[in-house]
Structure formats: structure tokens, C-alpha cells
Design a protein around this ligand. Structure first.
Ligand code: DUC
Ligand code: ZN
Ligand code: ZN
Ligand code: ZN
Length: 483
């Protein structure tokens, strides 16, 4: 059985041209003029692009006393409905739990996936066992390791652990990921705010000002430089963090920044909504910022100093959010966005002229496929690539509404937003999962994507050289004690 996508315009990260795409056995078999197949999908007036890759999701994750509400079933349905054909989730060992043990848990959950997926491995504690197991994790095709510099007492690692783990990731040819917020300062600010009677969701934003993110991002960059490891900074929300990334990149360091669609389009005024539920539903870390920071993020995407747009999809129901009534530190942190990332970025990025369609493909798919070592199997429209494709109708419109979403939660942070630019067809390894507004995907269709290490040859860091023990200095005489 072959499928052909006819009469469309192919848009990749670097090319725009008219051609048909022939698909066979889940892969792109030919690209050219006048192709025919057993099934024809009409792409007249549409753009044929690599399916979106969301490298930052938390599906069915145990967190803050509960589990995130979207699992690999509803989460990957949401992804496909919005034009995203692959997610990268975080396998998260609880403190003391082995990496391979945690990986087994994520293997079990991900059997329900409707689209392809991969994992990042989180390093949430450090000892010899973790060090040893990291090799086996890389051998499984998981080459990116996440570190939390916040969530003190739970997921946070200290600088000594960060440095040790970064060195190990560098030696294994992997990439280090960081959630960059100064967890000690956040804990202190949170306790002070609560003690002063600030218990509402707006206090969440005050407990995590841009400075905590800027400081931690700078620190992570310097530690990565000393450790000799490429660094990917997740959910860059503010100029303070972006500025550190810009500077590092201008110095030749391999550092990438990932803004979220939420931070690009929603701002901190959401936390001052008089409706407690409205504000709490938008509590995530880092919090939404003001216009100045949003402008910085858009500028970063335009100039290339920021590389990827993700969601950090970590959805909680209103009932789960209400656990934090009377204490903002108990509101589960997280928002959804998987289904809306591509239409929202098209609407606010491409339709406004801030991004070209090629840049849209780069930041939603191709760049992360390269960073994570799965290009051109993913993130490309090339003969031999997986047929993970989106046929994008730039004229189609809808109003975002929780009532018609795939996500399992009872609201949507983008509720009521009008978007222009939607998928007409979405293909996951050649299977048509979205046809018009209709989702027809299959639980269990998704496969794990093993990834390649980046290698250790060009770590391309400014100051880094192998840290070898210095030759002991020869001295004559031994100083008297106390001198
Ligand atoms: N931030 C969130 O808002 N949720 C999940 C984890 C994180 O870092
Ligand atoms: Zn995070
Ligand atoms: Zn996250
Ligand atoms: Zn299949």
C-alpha cells in the first residue's frame, strides 16, 4: 500500500518547493512531480511539513503528590490532533530509585502512545549506581539527561551533583538538559511569602522572579563549560536567562534555549485574575512573565539565539489544582499545550510576520531532531525519513475550546483564542491520524525512537579542556606548621 500527498508545497527548515510525496512502509519513498499511489491525499493550498516534535512533555508523571492528568493515550492524541507527531517525555527516577528501574516504568506507560516518542533521563540524585547506569541508558538510545536546579527536597540536585553528572554526560557524548531556577532562593522566597500571608496563586510568580532563572542559567552554563558538555536549557521564560544563552553562544559554547508557547503568548496578568481557579490553572514553573520578557523570547526565535519551541505539557485538572487552596506552594505546577503549540505559534509567529514558514519548521521540528540525534529520521522531508508529516492549511481557522480538545483536563489555558493555521492531514509513519477535524489514531501505534549520542569530538565549549591533575610543584624545604 502506498500513499501520495499531491499538489502541496513542501516546506522544510531550509527549502520551499512544489512537489508530491510518495509514502511506502511508513517512510518517504519518493519526492517529485506527478507521483501516484494507492491512496491520494490532496494538499492543494497546503504546506507539507515535517510533523512537529515536542521535546518537553510530562505524561502521567508522579509530581507534587499527584499524577499529571494526561497519559500517553490522551497526551499523544492531543499531540497528533495539533500536528505534533513525536513527543520526548522525561523518565523521572524518584530519589534513590535506579535509572533503569525508572526507565522500565516509562516503558510500561508509553505502550499506549498513538505517535512515536522518546525519553530524556532525569538525574535526580547522584552516586556510583547512577554513574554506572548512565552507560546502559545511552546504550538504549537515550542520550539526553535532565537536571533540576529547583524543587528543593524533591528533584533538585546540588552543584556538586550537577558537575559530576554533567562530566559523565559529556564523556558519554550526550547532551545535558537543565531546569534552571535557583531552588534555594525559590524555597526561601516561598516560605517568606507564605509567612506574610500571601497564599494565593499570584504569590507563585513572586516566588520565582526572573533573577532566579537568570542566575541558574548562568551557573548551569559555567558548570557545563567546566564539565565539557553541551547544554540545553528548557523553558527559557525571560530575558535574564536568554541573555546568558546569547552570550554563551557568541562565545562558541554549545548551548541551546527552549521557550514554551505559553510564555510566548500568555503573560503574568493571568495570575491576578480574581477567579482563583483561573489563576491556579496557569501556575507553572517558571511562571508567565511580562511583555518585555515575551519580546525577548520572540527576538531570540527570530535571531536564532533560541532554538526550539516546546510546551512542558504537564496538565492537571481543576480538582488537582485546588489542592493548593490556602497555600500556593501546593498547587501542582504545570500547564497543557500539546494540541495548541503548532496552531498558536503559526498564528502568533508566522501569520504576524515574526517567523517565516521555514523558521516555523526549524523551531517546531528540525532543530530539536538535530540536537537530540534523530535527524533525518525525524524532522525532515527526505527520501528515507519516517513519514511523520503534517499537511498544513494556513487558511483554516478555529477557536480553541476545552470542550473539543483531546487532553483529559477540564479547561484550556488558551480558551477562546482564535487560531488561523491548522493541520488538514497528520501522518504518523504513513498512517493518516488526522483527516480534517477528525482524529483517527490508534493506541499503541507509537514506537520508541532510539537516538544517537552526539559524540565527544567537538564539545565546542569556550574554556573546556580535559581536566587533568596538575604536575606536583617541586619545592625545596617544608614550611613550618602554622606558616
Ligand atoms: N514545571 C512545571 O510547571 N511542571 C512540571 C515541571 C516543571 O518544571
Ligand atoms: Zn522544568
Ligand atoms: Zn518540564
Ligand atoms: Zn503502523
Amino acid at each position: 500500500m502506498t500513499t501520495v500527498i499531491r499538489n502541496g508545497t513542501i516546506v522544510t527548515a531550509d527549502l520551499t518547493y512544489k512537489a508530491d510525496v510518495l509514502i511506502e512502509h511508513g517512510r518517504i519513498a519518493a519526492i517529485g512531480q506527478g507521483l501516484t499511489g494507492d491512496t491520494t491525499l490532496d494538499a492543494t493550498g497546503c504546506l507539507v511539513m515535517p510533523g512537529g516534535i515536542d521535546p518537553h512533555t510530562h505524561l502521567e508523571m508522579p509530581f507534587m503528590g499527584t499524577y499529571s492528568a494526561d497519559d500517553f493515550d490522551s497526551g499523544t492524541r492531543a499531540a497528533l490532533a495539533g500536528g505534533t507527531t513525536m513527543v520526548v517525555d522525561f523518565a523521572l527516577p524518584s530519589p534513590g530509585q535506579g535509572l533503569l528501574d525508572a526507565l522500565q516504568m516509562w516503558d510500561n506507560k508509553s505502550g499506549r502512545a498513538h505517535c512515536d516518542y522518546s525519553f530524556h533521563m532525569a538525574v535526580t540524585w547522584w552516586d556510583r549506581q547512577v554513574f554506572d547506569e548512565m552507560q546502559a541508558v545511552v546504550d538504549r538510545g537515550i542520550t539526553s539527561f535532565k537536571h533540576f536546579m529547583a524543587y528543593k527536597g524533591a528533584l533538585m540536585v546540588n552543584d556538586d551533583e550537577l558537575f559530576s553528572s554533567f562530566r559523565r554526560v559529556g564523556d558519554l557524548g550526550g547532551v545535558a538538559l537543565v531546569h534552571a531556577e535557583n531552588g534555594d532562593v525559590v524555597a526561601e522566597l516561598s516560605a517568606r511569602l507564605l509567612a506574610e500571608g500571601n497564599t494565593g496563586p499570584e504569590a507563585h510568580a513572586y516566588s520565582r522572579p526572573p533573577q532566579v532563572e537568570g542566575e541558574a542559567t548562568n551557573r548551569a552554563i559555567m558548570v557545563a563549560d567546566m564539565a565539557g558538555v553541551p547544554l540545553y536549557v528548557v523553558h527559557v521564560s525571560c530575558e535574564d536567562s536568554h541573555e546568558a544563552i546569547r552570550r554563551a553562544r557568541s562565545q562558541g559554547k554549545r548551548v541551546w534555549g527552549e521557550p514554551l508557547i505559553q510564555h510566548l503568548t500568555l503573560d503574568e496578568s493571568e495570575y491576578f485574575n480574581p477567579d482563583w481557579d483561573h489563576a491556579a490553572r496557569r501556575v507553572m514553573s517558571p511562571p508567565f512573565r511580562d511583555k518585555r520578557h515575551q519580546d525577548s523570547l520572540w527576538a531570540g526565535l527570530q535571531s536564532g539565539s533560541l532554538s526550539v519551541v516546546a510546551t512542558d505539557h504537564c496538565a492537571f485538572t481543576t480538582a488537582q489544582k485546588r489542592n493548593g487552596i490556602g497555600d500556593f506552594t501546593k498547587i501542582p505546577n504545570g500547564t497543557g499545550g500539546l494540541e495548541d503549540r503548532m496552531p498558536m505559534l503559526w498564528t502568533h509567529g508566522v501569520a504576524t510576520g515574526r517567523l517565516t514558514p521555514n523558521e516555523f519548521v526549524a523551531v517546531t521540528s528540525t532543530n530539536i531532531a538535530k540536537i537530540l540525534g534523530m535527524y533525518p529520521r525525524k524532522g525532515a522531508v527526505l527520501v528515507g525519513s519516517d513519514a511523520d508529516l503534517v499537511v498544513w492549511d494556513p487558511e483554516a481557522e478555529k477557536t480553541i475550546a476545552a470542550g473539543s480538545q483531546q487532553s483529559a483536563i477540564d479547561y484550556n489555558v488558551f480558551e477562546g483564542q482564535r487560531v488561523k493555521g491548522l493541520p488538514r492531514y497528520v501522518l504518523t509513519r504513513g498512517h493518516v491520524a488526522v483527516d480534517g477535524g477528525t482524529l483517527d489514531s490508534r493506541e499503541g501505534h507509537g514506537e520508541f525512537v532510539a537516538r544517537e549520542p552526539r559524540g565527544t569530538v567537538n564539545r565546542a565549549l569556550s574554556a573546556w579542556k580535559e581536566l587533568t591533575a596538575p604536575r606536583p610543584v617541586e619545592r625545596s624545604g617544608i614550611p613550618a606548621s602554622g606558616v
